[in-house]
Design a protein around this ligand. Structure first.
Ligand code: GUN
Ligand code: FE
Length: 454
C-alpha cells in the first residue's frame, strides 16, 4: 500500500507567498509545503518552528526537504494569458506604428518566415525559454498559420516543460499573399494540429500540460465561413478559444464594416460560436457597456496587455470596470506588441495604466499580483489546477532569491518578507528566478543541467 510519505517527492521549508483572494496576499512564514509524485501540493503546514519540523513530516525522509534561506521565497508561477511565439524575433522593435500598420510592416513579414520548420525550431526554442526564464509557468501562445511550425512549438514546449495553450493561427482574408490560407486549408490544418497535440499527449506518462486552443487571429483576418467552422471545431473537441478584441479604433471600424450584421465587435465572435467560458480575448481596450455585459454573460475572460497597449498607442483598458463587473481578467505580455516577455513587466505596466486612468481607483499590489497568478488561472479555466498554493492544486512555482549574484534588487537591514517581495515585484527580474517548477518538476531550460521531462 502507498503511504503518504512514499508519495512525497519534495518538501519546501521557508517563506511562501500567494494570493488567497483579489484583496489579500498571504505571507506564510516557516511553511512546510509537500509535493507529491503527481506534482500536486499534498499538504501545507504553516508556522513550523525549525525544531518542530520532524513532528510535521509524517515519516517523509528529511533528505527531501529543501530549506529556503531568508532571501528566498516561493511564489506561484506567472500566467501569461496572451503571447505570440514568433514575435519574440522582433521584441523591442517597431513601436512607431499603430496596430494595423504595425501588423503589415513588421509582424506579417516576420511571421511568414515560420513556413520553414527549421527556422521555427530555432526561434521557438528561444522564445519559450525566455518566457520560462521570466517565471511564466503557463502561457497562452499564438503561433502562426503554419502547421509544421505549430507542431515544432508544441514539441519544444514539451521538451522545456511549460504548461501551455498553443494556437495555430487562422487567417483567410485581409492578409498578405505570403501569409494567408484558404478556408479549407485553414480548417484542415487546424484539425490536424489538434489531432497532433492529442496524439502527443496520449504518449505522455504525466498529465498533459499542452492544450490546443482555437485561434482566429482576429475577425478582420477570418471571414464568416471560417469563423463558423472554427466555432464548430472548438465545440467538437471542447477546446478553449483565443483572439483579439477592441484593441484599436481603426481595427474596430474595419471589423464592423466587414460584419455589418453583428451588433458590435464582441458580438461578431459570439455570433460565430466563439464566445464562451473558455474564450480569452486580448486587449478589450475600447469596449462598450453592452460588450462588457456580453463578456460577463458568456463568462469569457480578458487578457489585459498594458505594455502592448502603450507601445502601439492602442489606449488604456479599464480593468477596474472589468473587475467591478466580476469579469475574469489575467495579464498578457503580448510580445511583440509588448516589448517584454516578463509578466513582472506586465504587472508594472498594468499598474501605470491604472494609475494614469484614474488615481483614485487604481489597482493595488495585491490586485495586480492576483491578476498575474490566480486571475490568469481563472481566465484559462484552470483555477482548480493552478494559481496559488491550495492543497490539491498542481505545484507551478518560482523560487525567488533576492540575493543572487548581480541581483537587481538590493536588500537592507530594515527589509522584511513583505518589503523584499514588493521589491522583487517592482525591481526584480529573471535573475532573481532561481528555480522554476511546473507540475512539481523543475523545468529544463536549454543548456541547463536539469533533466528533460521527455
Ligand atoms: N491583432 C491581430 N493580430 C495581432 C497581433 O499579432 N498583435 C496584436 N497586438 N494585435 C493583433
Ligand atoms: Fe496579440
Amino acid at each position: 500500500m502507498q503511504t503518504f510519505a512514499s508519495t512525497i517527492t519534495k518538501v519546501f521549508y521557508g517563506t511562501l507567498i500567494h494570493s488567497v483572494s483579489i484583496k489579500e496576499i498571504e505571507y506564510i512564514k516557516q511553511g512546510l509545503l509537500f509535493i507529491n509524485n503527481q506534482g500536486k501540493i499534498a499538504k501545507l503546514v504553516k508556522n513550523v518552528a525549525q525544531d518542530k519540523i520532524e513532528c510535521s513530516l509524517e515519516g517523509v525522509d528529511s533528505e527531501k526537504i529543501v530549506h529556503l534561506n531568508d532571501d528566498q521565497f516561493i511564489i506561484p508561477g506567472f500566467i501569461d494569458t496572451h503571447i505570440h511565439a514568433p514575435q519574440y524575433t522582433f521584441c523591442g522593435n517597431g513601436h512607431d506604428l499603430p496596430l494595423l500598420e504595425w501588423l503589415d510592416t513588421y509582424t506579417f513579414p516576420r511571421e511568414s518566415k515560420f513556413q520553414c520548420k527549421d527556422y521555427a525550431r530555432k526561434l521557438y526554442t528561444k522564445s519559450v525559454a525566455r518566457s520560462l526564464r521570466h517565471g511564466t509557468t503557463s502561457a497562452c501562445w499564438f503561433a502562426t498559420i503554419h502547421l509544421d511550425a505549430c507542431k515544432e512549438l508544441v514539441d519544444i514546449i514539451h521538451e522545456q516543460g511549460q504548461r501551455a495553450y498553443v494556437g495555430k493561427v487562422n487567417m483567410n482574408q485581409n492578409s498578405p499573399d505570403f501569409l494567408v490560407e484558404t478556408t479549407e486549408s485553414s480548417v484542415r490544418d487546424t484539425r490536424a494540429f489538434v489531432e497532433y497535440v492529442k496524439d502527443v499527449n496520449a504518449t505522455l506518462t504525466h498529465k498533459p500540460l499542452v492544450t490546443p486552443i482555437i485561434t482566429p487571429r482576429f475577425a478582420i483576418s477570418c471571414n464568416s465561413e471560417l469563423l463558423t467552422e472554427l466555432g464548430k471545431l472548438a465545440k467538437e473537441y471542447d477546446l478553449p478559444i483565443q483572439s483579439h478584441l477592441c484593441e484599436n479604433m481603426n481595427e474596430i471600424g474595419f471589423t464592423m464594416s466587414l460584419f455589418p450584421n453583428s451588433a458590435n465587435y464582441t458580438s461578431v465572435y459570439a455570433d460565430h460560436g466563439l464566445l464562451n467560458d473558455r474564450t480569452i480575448m486580448a486587449h478589450c481596450v475600447h469596449m462598450k457597456d453592452e460588450e462588457l455585459d456580453l463578456m460577463k454573460e458568456k463568462n469569457a475572460g480578458i487578457s489585459h496587455c498594458a505594455n502592448s497597449n502603450f507601445n502601439l498607442k492602442s489606449g488604456m483598458a479599464n480593468v477596474r470596470e472589468m473587475l467591478n463587473r466580476d469579469i475574469k481578467v489575467g495579464l498578457g505580455t503580448d510580445v511583440a506588441g509588448g516589448y517584454s516577455p516578463s509578466i513582472l513587466e506586465a504587472f508594472r505596466a498594468s499598474r501605470t495604466c491604472s494609475v494614469a486612468r484614474d488615481m483614485e481607483t487604481s489597482l493595488v499590489v495585491a490586485e495586480l499580483f492576483y491578476l498575474a497568478t490566480v486571475g490568469g488561472a481563472r481566465v484559462m479555466e484552470l483555477e482548480d489546477t493552478i494559481g496559488n498554493f491550495v492543497v490539491g492544486k498542481e505545484f507551478d512555482a518560482i523560487l525567488v532569491n533576492t540575493a543572487v549574484d548581480n541581483s537587481p534588487v538590493d536588500i537592507f537591514d530594515h527589509d522584511n518578507v513583505e518589503t523584499k517581495f514588493e521589491k522583487y515585484l517592482f525591481v526584480g527580474d529573471d535573475r532573481n528566478n532561481e528555480k522554476i517548477f511546473v507540475q512539481g518538476r523543475e523545468v529544463r531550460l536549454p543548456g541547463s543541467e536539469v533533466a528533460s521531462r521527455k
